[in-house]
Design a protein around this ligand. Sequence first.
Ligand code: 6R9
Length: 667
Amino acid sequence: MSKKKAAKPAPKKAAKKSAPQSKAILTENRVFKPSAEFSKKARIGSMAEYRRMYEESIKQPDKFFGREAKELTWQKPFTKVMEWKCPNAKWFLGGKLNVSENCLDRHLSGPNKTKAALIWEGEPGEKRVLTYQQLHREVCRFANVLKRNKVKKGDRVMIYLPMIPEAAIAMLACTRIGAVHSVVFGGFSADSIKDRVLDCGAKIIITSDGGYRRGAVVPLKKNVDDALKSGETAVETVIVFRRTGQDVHIEEGRDVWWHRELEYVDAHCPAASMDSESPLFILYTSGSTGKPKGILHSTAGYLLHAQMTCKYVFDLRADDVYWCTADVGWVTGHSYLVYGPLALGATSLMYEGAPNWPENDRFWRIIEEYAVSVFYTAPTAIRAFMKWGDEWLKKHDLSSLRLLGTVGEPINPEAWMWYHTQVGGGKCPIVDTWWQTETGGHMITPIPGATPTKPGTATLPFFGVDVAIVDDLGKEVGKDEQGKLVIRKPWPSMLRGIWGDKKRYQETYWSEFDGWYFAGDGARKDKDGYIWIIGRIDDVLNVAGHRLGTAEVESALVSHPAVAEAAVVGRPDEMKGQGVVCFVTVKEGVATGRELADELKKHVRKVIGPVATPDEGRFAAALPKTRSGKIMRRLLKQIAAGEVIKGDTTTLEDLSVIAQLAASGED
Ligand code: 6R9
């Protein structure tokens, strides 16, 4: 976008959806400054320092990022920092590097060689520590297994594993040989695996027999078998890690055991030389239409941002024990369990299972046992801990903690205060980090030694992030007014596209406002310039920190023979942030009731996976529609939330539908 345009935003077309004006007045006045002791030790210890660096990153990005990027290990140095022709960004042009080399090899020459890279605890209680040297060895061996199974540079590799070190090993092994991984969360179904395999054209899947979750065994291999049953995919090989020891089907000529494959390889594997812009991974995420989007990230910019945010936002040190509770199946697991901390040479803890297994204090037990110092989790987990009660925390010594973080959804001030006082003992800064699968890493976040925090706001932009809150015409809204969150400049870890769909990439992110990235979130700025994220303003739900497209759930519902039409909306949920409510009309002659509601919930679970399980199903003879035939989601949201119907209903086709839907709630 030209400078002229940047100064005076020119929207390409009128925005489709308008962000409702916020009526809420900001009432949160509590401010928490980092302690002098924390600031003194921190890499960035004052707001003046943050502001100086921020300004440089925006006004002289070449200088700022050129300098930061020197902290990566390059096989060949880059010659140009950035090239931008909307919507295509290229960073660190001419450079060559390898991600696994940055995460592993470069740490082997100093004291980090024998330092714990990964500390792992299985849900049943097994413990494993992999030093940088050991992790390097395992990654090289498994990279050779991939090569042995004909995986080449640029090939897509699907990973469907539980939270075990092999998940990180498989990811890093892909990067070692330049293959592009696509991790699918274990909570997704066989159908979801199939859709993703078909979309990215993977020829190989890495999975395990099963995984543990709340004492039960998740049938991962069985899901992969079901995904491949129809024979539509190009998958030729499935590598199976033995985790639970349960019986699994082994398809002759297709399936091989991980441990058997290792017998054929040695531990030497050179790190492939990759261009800065080589594709690194694809990660599927929900959008506002039915089909999940394969978000594509590339090598140098992504890695730099992941490393840089671990350095400045988590302020990770040589002696920190850092724990990110996210699953590797989500972007948080990619950037902040694997790539960021390992690139920085930190110790990253990985836990396989549920926070309440065998009891509600499992997380606090882990923090105490390993003396975790930096802890990163989601608001939904914090709210669950609050509900379970303080006595679970009180049993444990959490004094090792020095910094806390949250991600995934807006954190309500009550949960923030509880996290601050009960978990952090009132002494740990909290970094509330706003970002997305698409952004690759933190975008709006406090800098812990500098930014005074307020409960419920992600505060200020990270380096290089030019964020604005605008109205439908691209004009910045006033103080405390709600608008749409946009990013006006490219940043190193931005997505490089949607796999196989250039048009959708352009349309989804870059067409609402010409030359600006539209994030899909609503937000407002307070008098101090702090950004308060309101949440998604598109048809994407945020259920327990997981993104879920309403259209995906709707298409799963209508694939059931009893369903004629379905509309899915979110309703406020104390624990999960949002719950999933389905409004359904059935086909002629089908009996509605509790039984069918339960069956439809099961059906959605089967089609998408347990992550998408609806909370409530409601039936009616018709859905509320405008005279032009559009489903009135605004009304459905109000009905789902049990609110009195407000606003204009004059365009509604049949008013009696509303009364019927309102009365149809599950008891
Ligand atoms: C990293 C991740 C992205 C969506 C995003 C927003 C919500 C994430 C948040 C937050 C308020 C925060 N979100 N962090 N909202 N405050 N600190 O979660 O990626 O799964 O792609 O979700 O999550 O709505 O647009 P992803």
